[in-house]
Design a protein around this ligand. Structure first.
Ligand code: FES
Length: 153
């Protein structure tokens, strides 16, 4: 299955790619996205991220635990701790503050997740300032393609 990301164009603004709609992630939930970014040489590189929605706010981080550089979600899309208020690594239980990505407890305490800049444009959650390949393989889920048709002011 393919994941499509749609480039948003806003004059004078950094490049932005819509990865899903706000409504695709319930509030106080997190969801993983398997994207592909382009490096400075145009080479494609896997870019796995987690997006947390908290009301109208969204927070994005690379889906890599600073402890052992593994994906946080040992069960797919299980990113939250049992209380639902922190991100948690499924391997050794490190807990991360949602708003900053700082590890508050666990083997990498004091380290942090790598932030991914996000913005909400026309109700779409967008990755901002990072060039992405517009179509990537994703064998497990379908992500709504977002476009800015009819949007704008
Ligand atoms: S790999 Fe994440 S806490 Fe150890």
């Amino acid at each position: 299955m393919e994941t499509e990301v749609a480039q948003k164009e806003a004059p004078g603004e950094p490049i932005a790619y819509a990865i899903c709609s706000m409504s695709d992630i319930p509030s106080q939930r997190a969801r993983g996205f398997q994207l592909v970014r382009l490096d400075e040489n145009g080479q494609e590189k896997p870019f796995n991220i987690v997006v947390v929605r908290w009301g109208k706010q969204v927070f994005g981080y690379e889906n890599i635990c600073p402890h052992q550089q593994v994906n946080l979600d040992w069960e797919r899309n299980q990113f939250m701790d049992p209380n639902g208020i922190r991100l948690m690594c499924g391997k050794h239980g490190a807990l991360f503050e949602i708003g900053t990505g700082t590890c508050l407890d666990g083997p990498c305490k004091g380290d942090g997740l790598t932030p991914v800049p996000l913005a909400v444009l026309d109700n779409d959650i967008c990755v901002v300032g990072i060039p992405l390949a517009e179509e990537v393989d994703d064998d497990e889920e379908e992500i709504t393609s977002c476009s800015d048709e009819g949007g704008g002011v």
